[in-house]
Write a protein that binds this ligand. Structure first.
Ligand code: ADP
Ligand code: 5GP
Length: 213
């Protein structure tokens, strides 16, 4: 008997701005073919080098609100004066294909996902220290000092919600962090409730075999 195609997991990856979520997700996708990354919609301006449809779908407030009204988003939230949301169709399609769909989203959205999809897996990436977080945020060089300060204050607020996640991943050594993240996801696939169909089939076969003896 062969094991059936595995069910895709909806994975949320959150963490303070500058922790390294984007870097980790890029490495995960480059190293494994089971992942699909959801591209969010946002009203914030593109940073240098960010392409429309790759980093985000960059839209106006009007377009964003129209998408909300059309029920086109799985979740959305307001973060540092901008809207961010997860388009519905891509997530549904990729989960159906058996892919592990990654949402790189903040905590309000993460909690909405857990409510709607109780089987989702919520990971929170943390830096080794607050000092290192600020160093990375400044070092990335994509924000003004004003925005860096705003995001550091936001980190202190977001830290209050870390315990609501399923797992914490420390991003100190990048390669180790990526390996650990993948290992957590693989372990999640081994949960009995994600293999219900296979286990039922196996039980039936065992019963049949016991009868025949
Ligand atoms: P986020 O997506 O969480 O905002 P990024 O992935 O953009 O963060 O990373 C922020 C900065 O930190 C980038 O300049 C990135 O190269 C750097 N970085 C990411 N992971 C590590 C790490 N483990 N050690 C040192 N620097 C890192
Ligand atoms: P940034 O502006 O740094 O790209 O993202 C700011 C924050 O918004 C990050 O914490 C990021 O994870 C989050 N974010 C990105 N896309 C979405 C989304 O679709 N929904 C929600 N709720 N948060 C998002």
């Amino acid at each position: 008997m062969k094991k059936m195609k595995r069910e895709g997991i909806l994975i949320v990856i959150s963490g303070f701005a500058g922790t390294g979520k984007g870097t980790i997700v890029k490495e995960l996708i480059a190293g494994h073919d089971n992942y699909a990354l959801s591209v969010s919609m946002t009203t914030r301006n593109p940073r240098p080098g960010e392409e429309n449809g790759v980093a985000y779908f960059f839209v106006s407030r009007e377009e964003f609100e129209k998408t909300i009204a059309e029920d086109g988003l799985v979740e959305y939230a307001s973060y540092c004066d901008n809207y961010y949301g997860t388009p519905k169709s891509y997530v549904e399609q990729k989960l159906q294909e058996g892919k592990d769909v990654i949402l790189e989203i903040e905590i309000q959205g993460a909690l909405k996902i857990k409510e709607q999809f109780p089987k989702s897996l919520l990971l929170f990436v943390v830096p080794p220290s607050a000092e290192e977080l600020k160093r990375r945020l400044v070092g990335r060089g994509t924000e003004t000092m004003d925005v860096v300060e705003k995001r550091m204050r936001r980190a202190a607020e977001e830290a209050q919600g870390m315990e609501q996640y399923d797992y914490i991943v420390v991003n100190d050594d990048l390669a180790k962090c990526v390996e650990q993240t993948h290992a957590i996801i693989e372990a999640a696939h081994a949960k009995p409730f994600r293999n219900a169909e296979f286990l039922d089939k196996l039980k039936t076969e065992l019963k049949e075999m016991a009868k025949g003896e």
